[in-house]
Ligand binder design. Sequence first.
Ligand SMILES: CC(C)(COP(=O)(O)OP(=O)(O)OC[C@H]1O[C@@H](n2cnc3c(N)ncnc32)[C@H](O)[C@@H]1OP(=O)(O)O)[C@@H](O)C(=O)NCCC(=O)NCCS
Length: 215
Amino acid sequence: MEGGEFFSGTARRILKDYHDVEIGMYTHGGCFIPSNFGRFTKIGRYSSIARDVLSFNRNHPLEFKSTHAFFFNPKLTFCDEDKIEYIPLSIGHDVWIGAGVKILPGVREIGTGAVIGTQAVVTRNVPPYAVVAGYPARVVRSRFSKDVIESLLESRWWEQDIELIRPHLEEFCRPYEELYRGVSPYDHQDWANHLDTEAVADHTSRVRNGLEDIQ
Ligand SMILES: CC(C)(COP(=O)(O)OP(=O)(O)OC[C@H]1O[C@@H](n2cnc3c(N)ncnc32)[C@H](O)[C@@H]1OP(=O)(O)O)[C@@H](O)C(=O)NCCC(=O)NCCS
């Protein structure tokens, strides 16, 4: 398809029209494998999804006499209509979902900027910019501080075309929290040049001699 997963409008139209899966521009990975994501899934822009991620948007009917598909899937010709509700799943922008992740029907929303660790089983909604992992998935940390998250959400940078972002790549290709606070990690070299080298050498030798705990 034209431009591959990152850019193809045709691939996105096929997924939407035939599988009810909406995929935002530049999002790539397992969401393009039709059976991997359930119907009524909507994924934002600039998200990255490992190829073997599975998302289930409904359960078999636990309260029916049988959970077998004959008794709820009309395509199999034994029942007239499909009575099992699909639960729409919304996955935000700039979400990274690791290898082997499973998303269960209880999940309605995975927030923008979230990261889901490899092999996680996600059973609950995930807040924006949270890093979640494990079985069941729990928040292990946040990507950024609260004020940075608020500013990113307000900026809606993902609505920009990648060609409009291109002139601002220096904002994207380095740790953002430091940049936001005006402390560039690339300034560390400059700081090192201004260090009191005698004091550093003295401290190093005292640590080596066991006079101070290593900080
Ligand atoms: C989630 C992830 C991004 C976190 O990376 P990180 O911030 O460097 O995390 P750390 O390694 O410092 O771990 C932080 C804590 O989370 C736990 N953790 C991290 N990833 C985990 C996972 N997938 N499952 C369970 N626990 C996990 C660590 O054990 C650690 O717990 P502790 O604080 O109790 O020791 C990374 O572990 C991960 O899973 N990456 C996905 C890789 C992948 O699937 N790539 C292929 C797709 S492109």
